[in-house]
Design a protein around this ligand. Structure first.
Ligand code: AMP
Length: 420
């Protein structure tokens, strides 16, 4: 027997129904914010990710040579591909551009609950504006696209890399140490960061000062940290406005500031944010995003860009853990007959109903009527149409409501409007 590759999953019909429901809800929210769908290939030139991704992603790349000796990779994420698409084809389009995508991603990671080698990301990219209302709208979209799926307990955290970089200490360190510190911050490894700072001969008073900055919980805390310098004034005002506008967009902003979000990727610039579902434990991060600079690295003209990616599988897991009741609405109609000699009439009726748009299935196994109805129940049919010789000759069929069990004779000519 051949089994599926490690870290991949099969989805049965019930899981797919749930996934499509949640996907549709998210897409609905994206569209309400004026975002439109785009798609890029599953494979890209390896170079795209080698140049543009963080170290972790590069370690986990699925890459290979094709028959023409080209180096290709399965995409580990979709921001770089979307920016490649923009740079190649869309630079002249009128701004702002608001794109959303949904696609599979591949990372050669150690598989565990919530961490797969094939997983799905749903995300948005905003190209053009970088003013506070644009960034606030993007964060609000990330928040509500998850919230509107029905998930109850989610936490939004917002940081700011400009402020982190300009904060007293980071600003004075060599770039390699800065990058290492960002990685440690991202892992919340404050002790490791402290050790590294000590190795860089940073005085302990300064380390304490920096650690205090990391615990800033409000704009006032941040302002007081920078009170000795004006280097960050514009960034603080920009950040302050984003929080104010987020409030206007309806997002709860109490305790959202978290200065140690670093996101680990070199191309992130200003505001960065994450959304978590605490119920998921270790793999609780649902979404990551922020402002970044990628287009110039890909050879395009400088332009503000920001976006986020939601781990779709984790949203599904969190909904399951919260015992979310998926609102299935089956419109399936099942046709069966009491008499073998009505088989042709069954096929004709099924075709006629399908033709006008109903979702219709019928007995393909020559089952007895009771077994046939049991099957109809199992596949979630909403109604069963039963053809019997006597009723048929009088111009009627029996329609059974599968939920209530109620049966009713309906005139053949009135059937379509009755079902509708
Ligand atoms: P990233 O592109 O690393 O910022 O990831 C964005 C989101 O994708 C994360 O917040 C996770 O929810 C999800 N994600 C990342 N890696 C995996 C994985 N290996 N399996 C499942 N979901 C993942």
């Amino acid at each position: 027997m051949v089994s599926k590759p490690r870290g991949t999953r099969d989805f049965d019909v019930y899981e797919m129904e749930k996934r499509r429901l949640v996907q549709a809800k998210m897409e609905d929210t994206f569209k309400r914010y004026g975002y439109k769908e785009i798609a890029t290939p599953t494979i890209e030139h390896l170079e795209l990710f080698e140049l543009k991704s963080g170290d972790v992603i590069i370690d986990e790349l699925y890459s290979f040579k094709d028959k023409g000796d080209r180096d290709l990779a399965l995409r580990p994420e979709l921001t770089a591909p979307v920016m490649r698409f923009y740079t190649e084809k869309l630079q002249m389009e009128t701004k702002p551009l608001k794109f959303y995508y949904f696609g599979s991603c591949f990372r050669y990671d150690r598989p565990q609950e919530g961490r797969y080698r094939e997983f799905w990301q749903m995300g948005c990219e905003l190209i053009g504006p970088s003013n506070p209302e644009a960034i606030a709208e993007l964060i609000a979209l990330a928040y509500f696209s998850i919230k509107n799926t029905g998930l109850q307990d989610i936490r939004l955290c917002i940081g700011n890399l400009n402020l982190l970089k300009k904060s007293y200490l980071i600003n004075d360190l060599p770039p390699a140490s800065q990058a290492a510190i960002f990685r440690l911050l991202d892992k919340n490894d404050i002790d490791g960061m402290e050790q590294l700072l000590e190795q860089n001969h940073i005085e302990s008073d300064n380390i304490i000062f920096f650690k205090e900055f990391l615990t800033s919980r409000s704009i006032d805390d941040i302002r007081s940290h920078f009170k000795r310098s004006t280097v960050a004034q514009d960034d603080i005002d920009h950040f302050d406005k984003i929080l104010e506008f987020l409030d206007l967009f309806g997002v709860p902003t109490k305790d959202v500031i978290k200065m140690n979000i670093a996101r680990g990727l070199d191309y992130y610039t200003g505001v960065v944010f994450e959304i978590e579902a605490p119920i998921l434990g270790a793999e609780k991060q649902l979404c990551g995003g922020g402002s970044y600079t990628l287009v110039p690295l890909l050879g395009g003209r400088e332009i503000p860009t920001a976006g986020f990616a939601i781990g779709f599988d984790r949203v599904m897991m969190a909904l399951e853990k919260e015992n979310y009741e998926f609102p299935f609405t089956s419109e399936l109609i099942y046709v069966t007959s009491l008499d073998q000699d009505l088989d042709r009439e069954v096929i004709k009726l099924v075709s006629q109903l399908r033709h006008v748009g109903f979702m219709v299935d019928f007995d393909l196994m020559n089952r007895t009527i009771s077994k046939s109805l049991k099957y109809a129940d199992k596949i979630g049919a909403q109604k069963a149409i039963i053809l019997g010789r006597n009723e048929w000759d009088q111009g009627n069929v029996v329609v059974k409501d599968m939920q209530s069990g109620e049966q009713q004779e309906v005139k053949k000519e009135a059937l379509e409007s009755f079902l509708a």
